[in-house]
Design a binder for this molecule. Structure first.
Ligand SMILES: [Zn+2]
Length: 272
C-alpha cells in the first residue's frame, strides 16, 4: 500500500553502506519507521529530505515488515534549527520527547501539531528553551498525567491562593494546603503561566518573553512530574545541560533572534 503522509523526521539511523532507517512523526498515521534506500549518499534525492527536523510530504510504501520511503518533498526544511546549536539542542529535546512518549503507528494528531508548532517557532527564532518547555507541558497527558489546573484538585474551589501539589496532580487551594506537606506555593502570575503552558496554543506562547527564573520555576515542576511519572532520561536533556554549563565550548549563542528587549510576563492569552 502506498501512502502519502505529512511528517517530521524524528531520527535516522544508518543501515548498511547507503541506507537510512527513518522515524517519522506523521499527521495521518502517527509514528512510522521506514527505510530510505540510498539516502546516505549525498547525491540521493532522499538525502536532504530525510534529515532530522525536516517537515515534509512523504510517499511511503508499506507492506509486510518495514515500509520504504519512495519520495519526499520538503515543506519546511528547518534550516535554522540545524545550523544553530542552541536551537538544535532544544529542538532535539522536543523531538526526543515526542518520540519516547508516542507509540508507533497510532495516529496522534494533537502530538503532531504540538511538534510542528514547536519546531516552527524555534525555526522562526523564538526562545527555544521556552518552546521546549511548552512541549513538556503539552505532552504531559501522554505520560498519564492530566493535571488539574482549572480548579482546586481536592475541593474544586476556583478562588483563593493556590499551590502546586505533585501528589494531587495539580493545584490545591489554600483551604486544602494541609493535604500535602510538599506543595509549591504559586503567585498569581506563576499560576497563570502554568495554565498557559498547558492550554494555550504555541502561536501565542512563542511570542512571550520569559525571564530566566520564570522558566526555571516552570521547568522545575514539569521536570519533577516527568521524573516521577516516567523515569525517562533523555539524551538530548544531558546535552542541553552541558550546553548551559559551558556554552563557550560549543560556540553557543543563547540570545534568541526575536528576544524583545523588555521582559514581559503578562500572558495576553487568557484561559477563557
Ligand atoms: Zn481546595
Amino acid at each position: 500500500m502506498l501512502n502519502k503522509w505529512e511528517g517530521i523526521v524524528l531520527k535516522t539511523q544508518p543501515y548498511g553502506e547507503t541506507n537510512k532507517i527513518v522515524t517519522f512523526m506523521t499527521r495521518e498515521a502517527g509514528k512510522v519507521t521506514a527505510m530510505a534506500r540510498g539516502a546516505k549518499k549525498p547525491s540521493s534525492r532522499l538525502a536532504s529530505v530525510t534529515q532530522p527536523f525536516t517537515y515534509g510530504s512523504f510517499l511511503i510504501q508499506q507492506g509486510r515488515g518495514m515500509g520504504t520511503v519512495q519520495q519526499g518533498e520538503p515543506l519546511e526544511s528547518m534550516r535554522h534549527i540545524r545550523e544553530d546549536i542552541v536551537a538544535t539542542a532544544y529542538a532535539s529535546y522536543a523531538v526526543e520527547l515526542v518520540d519516547r512518549l508516542i507509540e508507533s503507528e497510532k495516529a496522534e494528531p494533537y502530538a503532531f501539531e504540538v511538534l510542528v508548532q514547536a519546531l516552527r517557532a524555534i525555526e522562526e527564532g523564538y526562545d527555544p528553551e521556552a518552546i521546549a518547555l511548552f512541549v513538556e507541558w503539552k505532552m504531559l497527558p501522554f505520560t498519564g498525567v492530566q493535571p488539574i489546573l482549572h480548579e482546586c484538585a481536592s475541593c474544586s474551589a476556583v478562588d483563593g491562593e493556590f499551590a502546586f501539589s505533585f501528589t494531587q496532580g495539580g493545584f490545591l487551594c489554600h483551604r486544602c494546603f494541609h493535604q500535602d506537606p510538599y506543595i509549591i506555593r504559586l503567585t498569581p502570575t506563576q499560576l497563570k503561566l502554568i495554565r498557559m503552558f498547558y492550554s494555550v496554543p504555541i502561536e501565542k506562547i512563542g511570542k512571550l518573553t520569559l525571564k530566566k527564573e520564570t522558566k526555571k520555576f516552570i521547568k522545575k515542576i514539569s521536570t519533577t512530574i516527568y521524573e516521577e511519572q516516567t523515569g525517562m532520561r533523555l539524551k538530548s536533556k544531558s546535552f542541553i545541560e552541558q550546553l548551559e554549563r559551558a556554552p563557550q565550548l560549543f560556540g553557543a549563542n543563547f540570545e534568541s533572534k526575536k528576544e524583545a528587549s523588555e521582559e514581559t510576563e503578562n500572558p495576553q492569552a487568557d484561559e477563557n
